[in-house]
Each structure stands twice: as structure tokens, then as C-alpha cells.
Design a protein around this ligand. Structure first.
Ligand code: NAP
Length: 330
């Protein structure tokens, strides 16, 4: 369908760039929020109409969302790039501001909020987490996202007719990502990266997540939450499959860091972080524990209700490896 207008926060980010490209290809008119400092990257010469400001600039947010058929709220920050107070403020209060702008408009369509699967964790003894497995937040990022989810739920449940759904991507893999993807690929490709983590995770290709976000807009139930996951893999398996797919041109990671060593690193990172006010992976002892666990997710609800599908890691590797080699290798 053409003739629809989308407002996208986080348009200049990894996921936002892929979403904008998909929406433009589908015939949407796309408005993107861009900070004065944002690097618009591949979208610089695109048809995106830019609204310059940030999540704390009410007038810009109001003009961004007013008259939009869809508001895709993706802007957020993680502990890689900001201190814990900023992380909570941007993820929670920034979302409150987007909702406020939507409330102020008498002509705005559905909001799709991109949270994280991290606000869910498998219950005791369960292999996978689903949407119902709401977990106690660990760290500022999960705290901010969990608080934002409550605000979005309230907007969708309220008397003022707000229409909103929340999606929960797992670990997103693909070209243009500056955090998770290069770390995972480095573990599989670089002989100088001999160690990897003992736990496991759900890895989802960026195009699959983008498709899930669009499907949540089109078919989601207002007020509902949808996990958008991919293959559940131990780090071991993921790293081996990356090395295999790269045709054995690199040594697979061999030495596994014992869980005890990673747990021990938690308190050290916590102390260093407190003293220097800088984040040092794995940030603190709770997150260190998480890095040793199998954080597996089921996307069954999104699959049944939205028609969401994900592809295996290998489907995303050729394009991602090409990007990685250009960006990070000689
Ligand atoms: N990548 C993943 O694995 C993953 C998994 C689960 C959930 N998510 C969520 O998905 C969303 C997008 O993630 P991503 O990986 O694309 O992150 P990203 O590449 O770091 O992009 C973040 C985006 O948010 C914008 N932003 C940050 N602070 C802002 C502020 N104060 N005002 C306005 N814009 C601001 C950034 O603008 P600049 O370009 O100016 O920095 C950028 O466009 C985030 O909410 C993230 O929490 C990501």
C-alpha cells in the first residue's frame, strides 16, 4: 500500500536505517528524527524527510508525529555509549516525550515501540522466555526500557484512544551495527580473538526484525508485546558456524572463558566503573552472570499472530561479512 506516512525516531541508527530503507521501498513517505550531530550514513541521499532535534525537543517531536500513520519509536541508547543516568533518561523519559507528542496530536496512527528482549528472561528451569516472562531489570538499560514499556502500555490502555504495540528484538545481527555484530564476527573470524563466552543467545537478522516491526504495525493487537527473535545458539555454535561460513579462512575461536572467570570479572568492572565513571564490560556482577547464561527466546506469538519468520544465521552472513571486511579488516 502506498500513500502512508511514517515517523521514525532512531532513523540514523543501525536498525532505524534498515527500517527506513524498507519503508521507502514499500512506498511510504518517511520522516526521520535526526540530531544535529547524527551521521545520516546511507540515508543522507535518500528520500527521508529530516526533522532535526532530539527526544527532549517537544516542538520537533510534535511536528514529527503529527499526521503520521505510524510512529516507529526506535531511538535509544545502551551502556556501550552512555553513562547509566543518561541511559535511563533517554530510554524512559525520551519515550515519555514521544508519547506526549502523540497525545498532543489529534491525527496520529499507531505507535510501535522497540524495546528489548532483555526485559524478559526464561523462568526457572525453562529453556525459552516468552512475552509473559517479565524479569527484574538488570542494569540501567533494562531499567529504562522496562519503565518505557509501562508508559507505552498505559498509553495503549488509556481513555485517550492511544494505539501502541511493543516489540522485543533479541540480539540483532547485520551490516551497519557497531556493537554486537562486530563483536560476534570478531570471535568467529579473528585469530587474535581466541576467547568467547560460555552462555548462549538468540541471534536475529536485521531484515527479519525490520519485517517484524512492520508486521507489528499492520497486524499487532494494541497494547500487546511481541518478541522478535532468531536462532537460539550457544556462543560456541554461533562462532563455529561463522567460521565455517567464512570458508575456513579464519581460525575459529578455541578457548572458552570459564564462567567463573567471567563472574569474577563482574565485581572488578563494577569497581572500575564506579571509580572512573566509565562502563567496562561486563559492567557489573549481574550482567557478568547473564553473559554465562543461555538467554533463549521463543517468537511463537509473533509467528502465529503476525506471520513473523526468521532465517538462520547463514542467510545473513554473506552481506554482513562483506560489510565487516570492508569496515574492520584490511
Ligand atoms: N541492536 C540490537 O541488538 C537491539 C536489540 C534489542 C533492542 N534494540 C533497540 O532497538 C533500538 C535501535 O537500536 P540500534 O541498534 O539501531 O541502536 P543505534 O544504532 O545505537 O541507534 C540509536 C538511535 O537512537 C538515536 N538516539 C540516541 N539518543 C537520542 C536522543 N537523545 N534523541 C534522539 N535520538 C537519539 C541515535 O541517534 P544518533 O545517530 O544521533 O546517535 C540513533 O539514531 C534501540 O532502542 C535499542 O535499544 C536493539
Amino acid at each position: 500500500m502506498t500513500g502512508r506516512t511514517a515517523a521514525v525516531t532512531g532513523a540514523t541508527g543501525f536498525l532505524g536505517t534498515h527500517l527506513c530503507e524498507r519503508l521507502l521501498a514499500d512506498g511510504w513517505a518517511v520522516r526521520g528524527l535526526s540530531r544535529p550531530s547524527s551521521d545520516r550514513g546511507r540515508l543522507a541521499d535518500s528520500e527521508v524527510e529530516w526533522y532535526v532535534g532530539d527526544l527532549f525537543d517537544g516542538p520537533t517531536l510534535r511536528s514529527l508525529v503529527d499526521g503520521a500513520d505510524a510512529v516507529f519509536h526506535l531511538a535509544g541508547v545502551g551502556l556501550w555509549s552512555a553513562d547509566p543516568d543518561t541511559v535511563v533518561r533517554v530510554n524512559r523519559d525520551g519515550t515519555a516525550n514521544v508519547l506526549e507528542a502523540c497525545r498532543d496530536s489529534d491525527d496520529v496512527g499507531r505507535l510501535v515501540f522497540t524495546s528489548t528482549a532483555g526485559t524478559r528472561r526464561p523462568g526457572n528451569g525453562d529453556a525459552f522466555a516468552d512475552e509473559e516472562d517479565v524479569a527484574d531489570p538488570i542494569g540501567a538499560y533494562q531499567e529504562g526500557k522496562a519503565a518505557a514499556e509501562r508508559l507505552v502500555d498505559r498509553y495503549a490502555d488509556g481513555d485517550d484512544g492511544g494505539d501502541a504495540v511493543t516489540v522485543h528484538p533479541t540480539s540483532v545481527f547485520g551490516p551497519g551495527d557497531e556493537s554486537f555484530t562486530p563483536q560476534l564476527l570478531a570471535m568467529g573470524l579473528e585469530p587474535t580473538m581466541p576467547a568467547h563466552l560460555p552462555g548462549g543467545l538468540s541471534i536475529v537478522g536485521v531484515d527479519d526484525v525490520v519485517d517484524g516491526i512492520v508486521r507489528a504495525y499492520e497486524r499487532g493487537e494494541t497494547g500487546d508485546h511481541y518478541i522478535l527473535g532468531g536462532e537460539n545458539l550457544t556462543y560456541d555454535r554461533a562462532v563455529r558456524r561463522i567460521a565455517d561460513a567464512a570458508n575456513g579462512s579464519a581460525m575459529p575461536a578455541r578457548v572458552r572463558v570459564p564462567a567463573t572467570a567471567i563472574r569474577a570479572a563482574g565485581p572488578v568492572a563494577e569497581t572500575v566503573g564506579a571509580v572512573t565513571n566509565r562502563q567496562v564490560f561486563p559492567f557489573n556482577r549481574d550482567m557478568a552472570r547473564l553473559a554465562t547464561e543461555r538467554l533463549f527466546y521463543t517468537s511463537q506469538k509473533a509467528s502465529e499472530e503476525l506471520g513473523y519468520e526468521y532465517r538462520p544465521l547463514e542467510a545473513h552472513l554473506p552481506e554482513t561479512l562483506e560489510w565487516y571486511r570492508e569496515e574492520f579488516m584490511d
